[in-house]
Design a protein around this ligand. Structure first.
Ligand code: ADP
Length: 592
């Protein structure tokens, strides 16, 4: 019930008109048959009593007009329902997306949230989403329940409460509750069966649904002959197929059992009606009313029981979605404004960090400073913690121990948006978006074209830009635009660099900024960047140690620790140090 209420509240907030429309629609749909029954019974009684047409017709006309009015109302409600349902789904998907956009990155990237998002996507595909469940709630609550109550209101006055009929009612009520519970259990067991197959399918779903096998994967699939491996993963498992058949059989049987029981109740009810009619306790009209209503009552009851069980399971499933929507926005931080202009100094003070679920720390006792106006190189082997260091600087993750300060204040205290305004970062695995080139560079819909062109120029994309017919208006990638532009790794990196330049923050952080660039482009970009970052702080993470020569200071990372700090010459002179070893290892490939 709690989940049901939360779903209804959310649906009402997103699409207020939909719920009344659904209520009207289902109520009219389930109550109209009773109007017909009552009218039929009334007419029959009048005819048996010898009433003339003149006494009957006006009432019939009034009721038919009422039916017509209700039908009209039903059509309007249905129209609203149809149009608003799609809208509710869109609104909800947008809300879910916004949640993903605003969540704390550490939480978003955690394995638990990733699993949760996977489950939500699968549920959505199967219709266990806000639209499906809201519709179900209305069908069950407003449809079946309203129908049962109406039928009971018609039938109950006609029942004579003798010990025999009370006993009959008690037995049928107890049996119904028993059957309802049994069907609920069956349903749950069925769901568990389905769940176990779905779990087994989650790997194949990766390839079957979504963008699993798309053209971006296509190269590697072909070159490495990965087709058989993927075909095996998507093949329908024989065991699973049999399991599904078993479930379907099981489902059919439980359904047949339920229907059989409903039939039995309807049959015994008819016997009761006949006995009452024979003893002269009911008029002909009452017999019609009773027989028809009791039939509808048990049908609605049967539907209610099976749909209630389904609804209960579906609402429970919606817990994943509701849980995701209720996830804490996380450590978005304080509201302190960041220092404007002047000296800016970051200080890592004995910072350690272990990834959620990680066994060993990715960073251990890091202490260092980064100053505006200084160029710092961060070097080290793969996995030594360089990128993690940057992620912590960006407040994407938060230190497990120690603290990071900006001008002596813990960075968590600053307003997150303002704080990130201080940093232009090009991540190693940066992402560009299927928007236009200009929008990508500015990361906004509205942008300064001249500045965007100049940033692209500095990043080495100027010549390519001149060849683009639509210039800054060229859409990246072909996913959504037929005439979109596919970019090479190096070109993408230049665009990402241009985005960092356009942002023009006091600190520039480049993680492997030139990995995909050719040596000529690399040289040019470093030269231009150095001019650009003169009054800024710059952090370069690079495996090409030649770039360190430009830097004021080098920090050498090893196993999550800073093992050396100093200038290029100074570190090179330390023969046994890691920097000298890395330098010499790289230099030997270049010397003749
Ligand atoms: P580098 O940038 O020096 O190559 P990273 O900072 O990326 O190294 O990684 C440091 C360590 O943290 C590595 O052992 C890596 O496997 C681990 N690591 C990186 N990202 C994650 C993550 N999201 N979850 C768990 N461990 C991670």
């Amino acid at each position: 019930m709690k989940e049901m209420w939360r779903i209804i509240k959310l649906a009402a907030r997103l699409e207020p008109l939909l719920l009344p429309a659904m209520a009207v629609e289902t109520a009219i749909d389930s109550l109209t048959p009773y109007i017909d029954t009552l009218l039929g019974a009334w007419v029959l009684d009048r005819l048996v009593a010898g009433a003339g047409l003149a006494a009957i017709i006006p009432t019939v006309v009034k009721v038919l007009l009422l039916r017509l009015g209700l039908r009209f109302l039903f059509e309007i409600a249905q129209q609203i329902d149809n149009s608003r349902t799609d809208h509710l789904r869109d609104m909800f998907l947008a809300l879910r997306c916004e949640k993903t956009l605003s969540m704390d990155y550490e939480e978003l990237s955690s394995p638990a949230v990733n699993k949760l998002r996977d489950r939500i996507n699968t549920d959505d595909m199967y219709g266990w989403n806000i639209v499906g469940v809201t519709g179900q709630i209305f069908m069950v609550v407003f449809g079946q329940l309203a129908s049962m109550i109406t039928a009971a209101a018609i039938v109950l006055p006609m029942i004579s409460f003798t010990p025999a009929s009370i006993a009959y009612l008690a037995v049928t009520a107890a049996a119904s509750v028993g059957v309802a519970m049994l069907r609920g259990k069956f349903r749950k067991k069925g769901r568990e069966l389905v769940d176990s197959y779905e779990k087994a399918r989650s790997h194949s779903s990766y390839y079957l649904w979504g963008n699993g096998v798309d053209y971006k994967m296509g190269k590697d699939i072909r070159v490495y002959h990965a087709q058989p491996m993927i075909e095996k993963a998507i093949a329908v498992d024989e065991e699973e197929r049999r399991g599904r058949l078993r479930y379907k059989r099981f489902d059919r049987r439980t359904w047949a059992f339920g229907s059989g029981f409903t039939g039995l109740l309807q049959g015994t009810s008819y016997v009761y009606v006949i006995l009452r009619a024979v003893s002269g306790a009911l008029t002909a009209g009452q017999v019609v009313k009773f027989a028809s209503s009791i039939y509808s009552f048990w049908s609605s009851f049967s539907d209610f029981v099976s749909q209630w069980a389904t609804l209960k399971a579906d609402c429970e499933r919606m817990n994943d979605t509701l849980g995701f929507m209720a996830l804490d926005e996380g450590k978005t931080g304080g509201s302190r404004p960041v220092p404007k202009g002047g000296n800016l100094t970051f200080e890592f003070r004995d910072v350690s960090f272990t990834y959620p679920g990680g066994v060993s720390p990715a960073l251990s006792h890091i202490s260092c400073t980064l100053r505006r106006g200084e160029r710092v190189a961060v070097v080290g082997l793969n996995g030594s913690g360089k990128t993690t260091f940057i992620k912590l600087l960006c407040r994407l993750y938060h230190p497990s121990e120690g603290e990071i300060l900006l001008n002596g204040v813990n960075i968590e205290e600053f307003d997150m948006r303002e704080y990130l305004g201080l940093l232009s970062v090009v991540f190693q695995d940066f992402a560009l978006f299927p928007f236009t080139l200009g929008e990508n560079v500015a990361s906004a819909e509205e942008y300064d074209g001249e500045r965007a062109v100049s940033a692209l120029d500095t990043a080495g994309f100027g010549d390519r830009l001149k060849t683009l017919e639509k210039g800054l208006g060229t859409v990246l990638y072909k996913d959504y635009e037929d005439d979109g532009m596919d970019v090479s790794g190096g070109e993408a990196q230049k665009i990402a660099l241009a985005r960092a330049l356009y942002k023009d923050s006091p600190f520039m952080v480049l993680d492997e900024p030139t990995a995909a660039l050719d040596p000529v482009a690399e040289y040019e970009i470093y030269t231009r960047f150095n001019g650009f970052t003169e009054d800024k702080g710059a952090v370069y993470i690079s495996h090409r140690l030649s770039s360190c020569v430009f830097c004021d200071r080098i920090m050498v990372f090893e196993d999550g620790r800073i093992v050396q700090t100093g200038g290029h010459r100074e570190l090179l002179n330390d023969d046994g140090g890691l920097y000298a070893r890395l330098w010499n290892a790289q230099a030997q490939y270049y010397s003749k």
